[in-house]
Design a protein around this ligand. Structure first.
Ligand SMILES: Nc1ncnc2c1ncn2[C@@H]1O[C@H](COP(=O)(O)OP(=O)(O)O)[C@@H](O)[C@H]1O
Ligand SMILES: [Mg+2]
Length: 359
């Protein structure tokens, strides 16, 4: 397996720039997930690595050599797509072996590779079937099998689970995690699903409008998002964010006016924009408190009991809603008035204008 370096990679379609500049070192055997909203350039970046899309600027290096100019077939990279792209008139076995046969591989060798991949992916009972005789999950396994038999330097996945129903998506996610542990392939995986990103990635790359917002291990992005965009994108339910007035700062502290009270937080730098900051706090970092300590107060307008978790949506006035995670056995009810507060160390502060983290 090979390391992949993206050096100042850019993409323009005519006069439209869709990838600004991507610098990213992907380690050998690493599982990197590109995540971001639709249209942010994930597929374009993946297709440039695969060689399906021309690179407008910068350099792509794999296994120590520049490969940006090579056609897809010479890059030794396998790509798995959302729509599987199987040959409908070929059996599972033929779908997996076809690419190798086209390259004049040794028949005994091809047969062994297909057997190995089929065993890893539990496809043995289906080898003689046509794609139409398979479930969505089985078809996606065949698509992965076709990638594995090529013994590539790297695997690329473009939203491979998007066409599957929710239960199957979870199952296939586990399969992909196990597969990666087993074959330790360098992998770049594209998804818009932050749960897939959190569960599969060694490192996540959050993309936004053709830029990288932040790169890091899943929990680092969760605990310390560098921008408001990452804060809102990673985590479910999403982080509560609220713009509020700065009422004072000095001696490494800042005072903020929250809807139900004033709070003081540690903040080294005094660069707090124009006297306003955006405060972020996750639902699980809020808890019911005495009225004198409240950050937010309001009426519970919705209660969601998911079994293992309970969420309440607190209407704090002015069309604003705060999500709070309650203990799962909590007896909260819609219509109840509550006061909630968090702890200063769980607060994320952002510059409202730039979205950059302040604390
Ligand atoms: N062939 C193309 N010509 C012009 N613009 C394109 C082309 N393909 C993609 N784009 C644009 O590039 C941007 C990124 O697209 P894409 O990489 O498919 O996003 P994602 O996979 O993150 O949803 C989008 O704004 C899209 O409209
Ligand atoms: Mg896409």
């Amino acid at each position: 397996m090979s390391a992949i370096s993206l050096k100042a990679i850019r993409k323009d379609y005519g006069s439209v720039n869709v990838i600004r500049r991507i610098d990213l070192e992907i380690g050998s055997g690493e599982f990197v997930v590109l995540v971001g909203p639709s249209g942010c350039g994930k597929s374009t970046l993946l297709r440039m690595i695969a060689g399906l899309e021309e690179i407008s600027g910068g350099d792509l290096v794999m296994g120590g050599r520049s490969i940006g100019h090579l056609p897809p077939a010479e890059r030794n990279i396998a790509m798995v797509f959302q729509d599987y792209a199987l040959y409908p008139h070929m059996s599972v076995e033929d779908n997996m072996s076809f690419g190798l046969k086209m390259r004049d591989g040794d028949p005994a060798d091809i047969s062994r590779k297909v057997k190995d991949a089929s065993a890893i992916l539990k496809l043995d009972p289906f080898l003689a079937r046509l794609p139409a005789q398979l479930s969505g999950g089985q078809r996606q396994r065949v698509a992965m099998g076709r990638a594995i038999v090529r013994d590539p330097q790297a695997f690329l996945f473009d939203e491979p689970l998007s066409n599957l129903d929710a239960a199957l998506r979870v199952e296939m996610r586990l399969e992909i995690a196990k597969l990666h542990r087993r074959i330790k392939a360098t992998t770049v995986y594209v998804t818009h699903d932050q749960v897939e990103a959190m569960t599969l990635a060694d490192r996540i790359v959050v993309m936004n409008g053709g830029n990288m917002e932040q790169v890091g291990p899943p929990l680092e992005l969760y605990r310390r998002p560098n921008t408001l965009f990452v804060a809102k994108f990673i985590g479910s339910p999403t982080m509560n964010t609220l713009e509020c007035d700065v009422t004072g700062h000095g001696e490494g502290r800042i005072r903020l006016q929250l809807p139900a009270g004033e709070i003081a937080l540690p903040l080294a730098s005094a660069s707090t924009g124009q006297g306003r900051v955006t405060l972020g706090i996750r639902p699980e970092d809020l808890a019911v408190c005495e009225p004198g300590e409240a950050w937010f107060a309001g009426e519970l307008s919705v209660v969601e009991r998911l079994g293992s978790q309970t969420f309440g949506y607190l209407d704090i006035g002015g069309e604003r809603m705060i999500t709070v995670e309650f203990p799962r056995t909590s007896d909260i009810a819609v219509g109840q008035r509550l006061c909630v507060a968090g702890r200063p160390e769980h607060v994320h502060l952002f510059d409202p204008a730039s979205g950059q983290r302040l604390n």
